[in-house]
Design a protein around this ligand. Structure first.
Ligand SMILES: [Zn+2]
Length: 138
């Protein structure tokens, strides 16, 4: 899964993104994590989710899919089976996917909801790819 999707999903379940940054603690002894904690003291607490585990899926189910279940089903249906005569089994298909593939679809769902201007998904904007103009610095 690409990093931007993992970042969106991490934010969606209300957790901070971890990774070294250039800051150090006040005493200058430890490197800071992007989440605001000293990274070196407990690096095992600063590992980002893979969104490939059963726990990751459970947490996404609880925080994203269940509260938006109708919209999520519509998204799945429209996105993948609109032109497919076997569309009635789309949920079976979904449940047969690997966890990481399901989590990836949840990320796509969040972007889809943002693009449909759903207000409660406005936060997804910060994870969207930059526009062509902004990308031209290379
Ligand atoms: Zn951290």
């Amino acid at each position: 899964m690409i990093e931007s999707d993992r970042r969106i999903l991490t934010k969606a379940i209300g957790e901070p993104w971890h990774g070294y940054c250039d800051d150090v603690t006040r005493d200058g002894k430890y490197r800071m994590c992007k989440c605001g904690d000293a990274y070196i003291i407990r690096p095992e607490n600063h590992v980002n989710r893979t969104f490939a585990t059963a726990q990751d899926w459970e947490d996404l189910l609880e925080k994203v899919v269940r509260p938006n279940v109708m919209a999520f089903e519509t998204f799945l249906f429209k996105s993948f089976f609109q032109k497919d005569s076997l569309s009635l089994i789309y949920m079976e298909w979904f449940l047969s996917l690997f966890i990481e593939e399901r989590c990836e679809l949840v990320a796509e769902f969040l972007i889809y909801m943002y693009e449909r201007k759903a207000e409660e998904f406005e936060w997804v904007k910060e994870f969207m790819p930059k526009t062509k103009k902004e990308n031209n610095h290379e």
